[in-house]
Design a protein. Structure first.
Length: 227
């Protein structure tokens, strides 16, 4: 029985990874038949693990929310080191790439599955509070110069741009996917919000982040990458 449960768990994981890849490539319009084909299984076998596509979306969404909280609440290696904040921001960019379908189609997703909105708002509030604490630390250690009363509004603006720049590209370009140049552009829009508040010490660490992040996430789609 344990072996059967292990195989079922491995199959579910394989289905979820294939589904996430297809959603990232084509959006949430991918059919169950296409997902089954990508997994090398019959559609009926897929229904055994996930009764309908909405359950696949909800399961992936919950994983996305869990990973978002893990990134937001990650401990800094050394709060006095600029690279700690750079690595923290790179973690966010990696999350955006891995779950880009949720960033690119967030509005349509909440319209399609309104039951997800409560969880989305709960995680957003908790994660943004964690980010605000990190930005306060970066200010305390001299990498940013954000007045204490403006940190929350700064985080809100970063959150808005981070959440919707992919949707902006989707509606303003003919490209279905995202190129490395577009990823660098999008990450650059986020980092542009940091620009007015960077100290010389912070600029050295944060300025190259958009390029670093774009190169990093594109490598994940190469053979052997995380995907």
């Amino acid at each position: 029985m344990a072996g059967t449960g292990g195989r079922a768990g491995a199959t579910r994981q394989r289905v979820l990874e294939a589904t996430l890849r297809l959603f990232n490539e084509r959006g949430f319009g991918v059919t169950v038949a296409e997902i089954a084909a990508a997994c090398g299984m019959r559609e009926g076998n897929l229904h055994y693990h996930f009764r309908k596509k909405e359950l696949l979306i909800a399961t992936l969404f919950e994983r996305f929310q869990e990973e978002e909280l893990a990134v937001a609440e990650a401990e800094l290696g050394d709060a006095a080191a600029a690279e700690s904040y750079a690595e923290y921001q790179l973690g966010w960019f990696a999350l955006m790439w891995r779950y880009r379908c949720f960033y690119r189609d967030a509005f349509n997703l909440q319209h399609r599955l309104p039951g997800l909105k409560g969880r989305f708002m709960e995680v957003q509030a908790r994660a943004s509070a964690a980010v605000a604490r990190v930005m306060a630390l970066a200010t305390e250690h001299g990498f940013l110069a954000i007045p204490a009363g403006r940190i929350r509004s700064f985080v809100t603006n970063v959150w808005i741009v981070s959440s919707y720049w992919m949707d902006y590209l989707r509606t303003s370009t003919a490209s279905a996917g995202l190129t490395e140049q577009q990823m660098q552009w999008g990450f650059g829009q986020v980092m542009a919000l940091f620009e007015p508040y960077l100290t010389p010490a912070g600029r050295a660490a944060f300025s190259p982040l958009a390029q670093r992040a774009a190169a990093l996430v594109m490598r994940e789609d190469e053979p052997g990458g995380r995907g």
